[in-house]
Design a protein around this ligand. Structure first.
Ligand SMILES: *Cc1c(COP(=O)(O)O)cnc(C)c1O
Length: 425
């Protein structure tokens, strides 16, 4: 499988048809638990002397195929899947950090992630400093003695800022801190953060990878490039109380992080993915490449069209030539800039509200990455809980409308926006 390209890996990696009775589709192993051969084998499985299935919160054959396939597509060494992108993010942080530790993150984050870092984690003694990502050096300036990770989104949702991953990765490397990249909006079909020095990639599988708006899921993929025995994370080299003194790095080597994430993150925090959802997400992953290129093409087309509409005040899409992030987009997203477009109307918030109430093909809802076109007003919904100041730094002005451009006929989408914009005046 190693020499195959991503397109082929997305269709085949991780699935040995011989082991699944020849089924061409990946089967759904809808079981909570697995029969042990005898008590001794059960004990060996529980003590990790033998590898195998115990209980679906820890591992499952369908989920296992999805994990292998995501690791192959993202060109990492191993992966773990979760019930949602949020479960993937929180489990990663809770596996790596403890009370007293610190995170440096970019300011423009998904609303839920921002709230986790800014409000919820401080209750557990884990604090975050937020960097203006337009200047990579800002990350360096915020690093403290207790900083354990740098967390960014490769293409911010919904600010659509393209981050200079390579420069930020150099800062993290010099400080021996892993760089974690939420690659949800770009997806591995458009951007591979590991090529630019990222150490861990996280996805909400709910979005473009699943791609049909039907299943929640999340994933964490390790590149194998961070040295978990470096002393920064002593819990990888010291005996674990949770597994009779097991030392993760000694037992699992470069796979130590994903092992700990599964054996502690999934075991103790429980955000396991349903095998049925894993099956749906596998179907999505198989067509990701063709879909996201078309999403990107349609989004660029809509962005250009909006720019020429006299009622539109501003349009943000990294693929537009005059866009602030176009130079970075050429480097990091040369094959398409994904399906999200944001814009504001001259009539501001009131006109925006009328517009979102008047569309007929676009659906007013809180999601992105569906085959169907979606629309939302983040300031009153996904980013409602942020202060006005935080909204601005997250790139969410009160007039901002976010589109997730789907795969419908482009003329139908333009006509729908046109009639809604006319009604919003
Ligand atoms: C949706 C999203 C998440 C959260 O994922 P869920 O699957 O909804 O929990 C995290 N990051 C980004 C960039 C997202 O768009």
């Amino acid at each position: 499988m190693k020499n195959l390209t991503q397109k082929t890996k997305a269709l085949h990696a991780g699935h040995n048809t011989y082991l699944t009775e020849g089924t061409r589709a990946v089967p759904i192993y809808q079981t909570s638990s697995y029969v042990f051969n005898n008590t001794e084998q059960a004990a060996d499985l529980f003590s990790l002397k033998e590898a195998g299935y115990i209980y679906t919160r820890l591992n499952n054959p369908t989920n296992d195929i999805l994990e292998k396939r995501l690791a192959a597509v993202e060109e990492g060494i191993s992966a773990a899947v979760f019930a949602s992108g949020t479960a993937a993010i929180s489990s990663t942080i809770l596996t790596l950090l403890k009370s007293g530790d610190h995170i440096v993150a970019s300011k423009s984050l998904y609303g839920g992630t921002y709230n986790l870092l800014n409000v919820t984690l401080p209750r557990f003694g884990i604090t975050t400093s937020f960097a203006d990502a337009d200047k990579p050096d800002n990350f360096k300036n915020l690093i403290q003695e207790n900083t354990k990770i740098i967390f960014i989104e490769s293409l911010g949702n919904p600010k659509l800022d393209v981050l200079d991953i390579e420069k930020i990765a150099n800062i993290s490397k010099n400080n021996k801190i892993p760089l974690i990249v939420d690659n949800t909006v770009a997806s591995p079909a458009l951007l591979k953060p590991f090529k630019f020095g990222a150490n861990i990639v996280i996805h909400s599988l709910t979005k473009f990878i699943g791609g049909q708006g039907n299943s929640l899921g999340g994933a964490v993929i390790d590149s194998g490039t961070f040295d978990w025995s470096s002393g920064k994370f002593t819990e990888f080299t010291e005996p674990s109380k949770g597994y009779h003194g097991l030392k993760y790095y000694e037992a699992f080597g470069e796979n130590a992080f994903i092992a700990k994430l599964r054996l502690e993150g999934l075991r103790d925090f429980g955000g396991a993915l349903s095998p049925f959802n894993a099956f749906q997400i596998i179907q999505g992953l198989e067509t990701l490449e063709v879909r996201i290129k078309q999403h990107s093409k349609n989004a660029l087309d809509i962005a250009n069209w909006l720019e020429n509409n006299e009622n539109v005040k501003w349009v943000n899409y990294p693929g537009l030539k005059n866009n602030k992030y176009n130079i970075l987009a050429k480097k990091y997203l040369p094959n398409g800039q994904s399906g999200i477009v944001t814009f504001g109307l001259k009539g501001g918030y009131i006109a925006g509200k009328k517009l979102t109430d008047s569309v007929k093909v676009f659906s007013l809802l809180a999601n992105i990455g569906d085959t169907k076109s979606l629309i939302i007003h983040p300031a009153s919904t996904t980013h409602q809980q942020l202060t006005d100041e935080d909204k601005i730094s997250a790139g969410v002005g009160t007039d901002l409308i976010r589109l997730s451009v789907g795969l419908e006929d482009i003329e139908d989408l333009k006509n729908d926006l046109e009639q809604a914009i006319n009604l919003s005046k």
